[in-house]
Design a protein around this ligand. Structure first.
Ligand SMILES: [Zn+2]
Length: 625
């Protein structure tokens, strides 16, 4: 079985080939326990909620005609995303209980399909409503999620049961939409990437053409013409990333998939433009995106409010998905950097440490009112974060004609096909808490290939050693370091990525971050939370940037994290009385020197509520004199 997420094995314009999830065995203390919890806690608890809220029942209603559909928005897709995640985990870790749940959900879905292939439970008995409102109803969006679930189910279990349902629905859609038939675009992109993946699994080229058709139909006012739905301009004319963040990034995923199959240069040029617009001007330091609550959308350049950040969990997951595709297409480390940033920070904050609660929005500063919820009426985020967690083993490696690529670091073992030969790679590391990584290769005989090891963009002074001897070439931050040689069993590569605590500042046009810094270490972004700093309000503190910042691993805290400690000064809040504004001459001075403790951003809001802040005011010790 080859359980892969985005199968570029035969994509003519993809630089990298995927390594199946079931070829990589994570043994680390960061991801492996989360994936175990995903299987044992999160997926079963989500299944219960899908049942309790009627989302699964809707399929049975559609199959039997008995009972009422209980519909909110895009409910079918929540079932499909759960199924995709559950299937992926089964692809690398058998679990009898989960297998039974998956099988019963697949049966319910198959039974709900209309004889003409249509499948969308809300309209099971309302034929006249079908495909009428592409702008607001999510029929094509849900279909896309079904295709992704079906492909994952096939690749993970070998069963074609759900794939047959997907193909019948895709053929039905192709009979309705296309050149010379009905023109239209999905109000919520998603089906574009799913159709390409369905092609990769079935070989049916017409699905690529249908994907292209949906992308080409955008910007013609067929779904209302709004910028929010990215329908204000044709895709290839977009000059900046804009509109609903999840929709924009799913659309980009589809366009990247389409590029990898067709080599359409105009798509790639657009994607490059959109990537620079996002990563250089419109993305949070956490890898989260979406600055505005209105339309859940991207903002203008440098519009990145902290308290009012939207930064939907789904948008960070979509950021991972898009950058993974760009990485597969081009093999450039900047995409892996954004992917890793969003994985460890803006996306992971979307789920609680106990695996049962979720954030929809991920603000970067808060007064303690934002708390993760067990579910939402629009439940896109909980079922999206599980897809990402289930996919982690598949994001670690790729191959190419030249050799083997190492994207992410985690204690693990992998067996990877390199030029038709099996190469086993053991990673020894405490990443993400420590930057020392040791790779040991095992293979029969010897084989010449390049090993491309990623030097993260945050890492200055990286060193690479082969069999204990330092390699002379510069290991530049934000690149893949190529080691080409004849490899033999037992060859050992050490990668030393110094993880110093860094203060990151933002472009001056991000006004709310003026004179502030974010604390980072390795791939992690940090925040201050009240519970670790009970002596003062973390919104009042200024961090002393000329005093040392120390990192310390605290095993019992938040599942085991490296905290960062430093010194700060605190304003005397009471000296302000009830003044909102004061003349500078009468403004209270910083009064007290305090110890400051920061925790990884993803772990905030897992203890008692209180103020939190990511961008901290900077000060120098001289302030106190
Ligand atoms: Zn969401």
């Amino acid at each position: 079985m080859r359980c892969v997420i985005v199968d570029t094995s035969r994509s003519p314009f993809a630089k990298l080939r995927p390594v199946p999830l079931n070829s990589v065995k994570l043994r680390d203390e960061f991801w492996a326990p989360r994936i175990k919890q995903l299987r044992e806690v999160t997926l079963p608890s989500q299944y219960d909620i899908l049942e309790d809220t009627g989302r699964l029942g809707n399929f049975r209603v559609a199959a039997t005609g008995e009972g009422e559909i209980r519909w909110r928005i895009a409910d079918d897709s929540d079932v499909y995303k759960w199924l995709e995640a559950a299937s992926l985990t089964l692809g690398y870790e058998p679990d009898e209980r989960l297998e039974e749940l998956v099988s019963s959900v697949v049966r319910d879905i198959a039974a709900a399909q209309d004889e003409d292939g249509y499948l969308f439970t809300l309209y099971y008995n309302r034929r006249e409503e079908r495909w009428r409102d592409l702008e607001r109803m999510h029929e094509l969006y849900c279909a896309g999620h079904l295709f992704q679930a079906a492909v994952a189910h096939r690749r993970a279990t070998g069963s074609g049961e759900l794939l047959r349902v997907a193909v019948r629905l895709a053929d039905h859609i192709a009979s309705v939409f296309g050149p010379g038939k009905r023109e239209g675009a999905p109000g919520h992109p998603e089906i574009e990437m799913a159709l390409v993946e369905l092609y990769r699994e079935t070989g049916r080229r017409e699905y690529v053409e249908l994907s292209r058709f949906f992308i080409d139909c955008r910007g013609r006012g067929l779904v209302g013409g709004s910028e929010c739905l990215i329908d204000h301009k044709p895709f290839r004319e977009l000059d900046g990333i804009t509109g609903h963040a999840v929709r924009a990034l799913y659309l980009n995923c589809g366009a990247t998939d389409l590029y990898m199959e067709t080599g359409d240069k105009s798509l790639l040029e657009t994607l490059e433009r959109l990537w620079r617009s996002m990563a250089r001007r419109r993305m949070y330091v956490t890898g989260g995106v979406g600055s505005r609550h209105v339309c859940e959308s991207f903002g203008d350049d440098y519009e990145l409010p902290n308290v009012r950040a939207y930064a939907e969990t789904c948008a960070a997951v979509a950021n991972v998905m898009w950058n993974w595709r760009m990485l597969l297409a081009l093999g450039e480390a900047r995409f892996a950097d954004v992917m890793e940033l969003a994985m460890y920070n803006g996306a992971l904050s979307g789920i609680s440490l106990d695996g049962r609660r979720y954030f929809y929005c991920n603000p970067l500063a808060d007064r303690g009112r934002s708390r993760r919820q067990p579910w939402f009426s629009c439940a896109c985020c909980p079922t999206n974060i599980v897809r990402m967690l289930a996919s982690v083993p598949g994001y670690m490696y790729s191959t190419s004609g030249d050799g083997l690529w190492v994207h992410l670091y985690a204690e693990s073992e992998a067996a990877i096909d390199v030029a038709g030969r099996e190469v086993r790679v053991a990673q020894r590391t405490r990443y993400p808490w420590d930057g020392d990584v040791e790779l040991t290769l095992e293979l029969e005989g010897s084989l010449e290939f390049s090993l491309f090891v990623r030097i993260p963009g945050w890492c200055d002074g990286a060193e690479v050693l082969v069999n204990g001897r330092e390699v002379e070439a510069e290991a530049a931050p934000g690149s893949y370091f190529e080691l080409r040689r004849v490899w033999r069993s037992g060859d050992r590569v050490e990668i030393r990525l110094p993880m110093t605590v860094r203060l990151v500042v933002s472009h001056p046009h991000v006004l709310c971050n003026a004179c502030r810094a974010a604390i980072t270490r390795g791939p992690m972004v940090y925040c201050l939370e009240h519970v670790d700093n009970p002596e003062f309000d973390v919104w009042d503190v200024a961090l002393l940037s000329d005093e040392p910042l120390e990192a310390e691993y605290v095993p019992g805290l938040l599942g085991g994290v490296v905290v960062v400690r430093g010194w700060g000064v605190v304003m005397d809040g009471e000296a302000w009385g009830d003044s909102l504004y004061l003349p500078l001459s009468r403004a209270p001075k910083a009064a007290r020197r305090v110890r400051v403790t920061a925790i990884p951003y993803y772990a905030w809001a897992n203890r008692e509520p209180g103020p939190m802040i990511t961008w901290v005011v900077l000060a120098r010790s001289g302030l106190l004199r």
